[in-house]
Design a protein around this ligand. Structure first.
Ligand SMILES: Cc1cc2nc3c(=O)[nH]c(=O)nc-3n(C[C@H](O)[C@H](O)[C@H](O)COP(=O)(O)O)c2cc1C
Length: 170
């Protein structure tokens, strides 16, 4: 079995595209992709290394497939699991809710016993507020803004992939 489960939800395809790139950067042989459109709770239970990816919609709401799954998600035990998160958002139009979904999922992971890796500095982003910024200056996971800073995406995912590989001890 592959070592990492990468679970993503995407409404217009941006997060899906980034998920596939991250899978390739970490190694197709190491990462299995799951679209939250049809992922199940049992899919999470097979992995102790997990990556969660999502966009945020409608003033701080979870992407629609994550939103539908959220009750099940809250019942997953993350004890002995290491989790990295990445989020897509728009830091200008939705500056008060930038990648809030990362904060919402991350909080469940922490409350349910998981260890979070892949934290990311807020330098270079111009949001006002984010549920993903639990401690000032640090996002709980990687922030990607395809709407305003697509030219920075490749560098960000390259760097983050190296970082989480190390933090996953791979
Ligand atoms: C109607 C609408 C609402 C949005 N709400 C938010 C939001 O609250 N916070 C945020 O960071 N981004 C928000 N966004 C930006 C999306 O998250 C962003 O475009 C993302 O790349 C979409 O990814 P997806 O195609 O994987 O769903 C919103 C976009 C739209 C069109």
């Amino acid at each position: 079995m592959k070592k990492i489960g990468l679970f993503f939800g995407s409404d217009t395809g941006n997060t899906e595209e980034i998920a596939k790139k991250i899978q390739k950067l970490i190694g197709n042989d190491l990462v299995t992709l799951y679209d939250m459109y049809d992922a199940k709770k049992t899919d999470f239970e097979q992995f102790d290394k997990i990556i969660l990816g999502l966009s945020t919609w409608h003033d701080g709401q979870l992407q629609s497939d994550w939103d539908s799954f959220f009750n099940d998600f809250q019942s997953i035990s993350f004890t002995n699991k290491t989790v990295a998160l990445f989020g897509l958002g728009d830091q200008f139009v939705y500056c008060d809710y930038f990648i809030d979904g990362v904060g919402i999922l991350g909080e469940v992971v922490i409350n349910n016993g998981g260890k979070i890796i892949g934290k990311w500095p807020t330098d270079g982003y111009e949001h006002t507020s984010s549920k993903a910024e639990k401690e000032s200056g640090v996002f709980l996971g990687l922030a990607i803004d395809e709407d305003n800073q697509y030219e920075l995406t490749e560098e960000r995912i390259n760097k983050w992939s190296v970082q989480i590989k190390k933090e996953f001890n791979l």
